[in-house]
Ligand binder design. Structure first.
Ligand code: XMP
Length: 317
């Protein structure tokens, strides 16, 4: 029978054998898969694993700093690269969802390639690919770091000429979590909701500015922290906030306001292929809505998305 302990032991042996004294580069995303892959490789080859964690400026509030810190505490050899400006620039005036994804994917490849270039003697590229990524070409859980189908003119980036190592490619998500737990990874990290690779870019409908990112980060943090405080976070499969490209009229004191509308989304699901909106308590929604409107400048209305997938999708873009 399959056990996480046996998997860790065997995989570490295989990785040692396979990689020997070779050097490996790996992109961390802050998600479960890339983290578990990194910790496994770290066990096998230690400092010969070079992790790169890119801030695309579209992560949750304070996420880059806190996750980077966590990675260092785990003993990973990790370099944090803040490329927020570069991504924002690549997204300028982009309103089409698929073009946003492409712009982010390309910017990521450029940044990663620049970084990988600075490392000498690297032979391997490690990825946190899991079994569902192998069988579907599109992943549900958003390994922003998985590189696919970028065979553009001008040849491949250097890091794509590396040999590939994917220690989790036979595992399902729940097995990855169990392996992570076995290796002592923080349960809070392992229990994180899925988060899309393009991040907040596909939750800001329309064009993206740093001000909109800031507003959405604040709103999202209030919502997610609220879920945790009310002990609802683990009962929800995925949650987040969406910044709508709509202004609505409100009143504040004697003043008429004309400010942004945000939508909150929380779904139940097993694999993201189908999903149902979660029946969150009215008292919770009331508290969160009040906090958002009182604390986040520029937002005067909050709505809750009660659409199922299908025919809606989880994300709005
Ligand atoms: P949808 O919106 O298609 O989302 O119902 C299903 C799941 O996939 C995630 N998602 C993405 N993950 N890159 C990713 O890495 C993407 O472009 C992307 N689009 C959606 C979404 O967050 C949900 O978990």
């Amino acid at each position: 029978t399959w056990t996480p302990a046996a998997f860790v032991e065997t995989t570490v042996e295989i990785l040692k054998e396979q990689i020997g004294d070779g050097k490996v580069v790996l992109g961390l995303s802050g998600g479960v898969d890339s983290t578990v892959a990194a910790v496994l490789l770290n066990k096998a080859i230690g400092k010969n694993l070079y992790c790169i964690f890119v801030n695309n400026g579209l992560l949750r509030k304070n996420e880059f700093e806190s996750v980077l810190h966590q990675y260092k505490d785990m003993g990973l050899n990790v370099k944090g690269v803040d490329a927020s400006e570069r991504f924002l620039e690549a997204l300028r005036n982009e309103i089409d969802p698929e073009r946003k994804r492409k712009a982010i994917g390309n910017a990521f490849i450029e940044v990663f390639d620049d970084e990988a270039h600075q490392l000498t003697g690297v032979d391997w590229l490690a990825q946190g690919t899991i079994y569902p990524d192998v069988i579907e070409s599109v992943s549900v859980n958003g390994p922003s770091v998985t590189i696919k189908s970028h065979h553009n003119v001008g040849g491949l980036p250097d890091f794509m000429k590396l040999k590939i190592v994917e220690p989790l490619r036979m595992l399902f998500k729940d097995e990855v979590r169990r392996v992570g737990k076995e290796m002592g990874i923080d349960p809070e990290l392992l229990g994180r909701h899925p988060f899309p690779g393009p991040g907040l870019a596909i939750r800001i409908l329309g064009d993206i500015t740093s001000e909109k990112v800031r507003i959405l980060q604040e709103v999202d943090a209030i919502f997610i922290n609220g879920l945790k405080k009310w002990d609802l976070y683990d009962k929800v499969w995925q949650a987040g906030a969406i910044l709508l490209p709509v202004n609505s009229v409100g009143v504040m004191g004697d003043e008429r306001t004309y400010e942004k509308v945000v939508a909150l989304r929380a779904v139940e699901s097993t694999d993201g292929m189908t999903a149902d909106w979660v029946n969150l308590p009215y008292e919770f929604l009331q508290e969160v809505s009040n906090h958002i409107i009182n604390r986040v400048k520029g937002v005067n209305r909050v709505v809750y998305d009660i659409s199922s997938k299908p025919p809606a999708t989880i994300e709005w873009e």
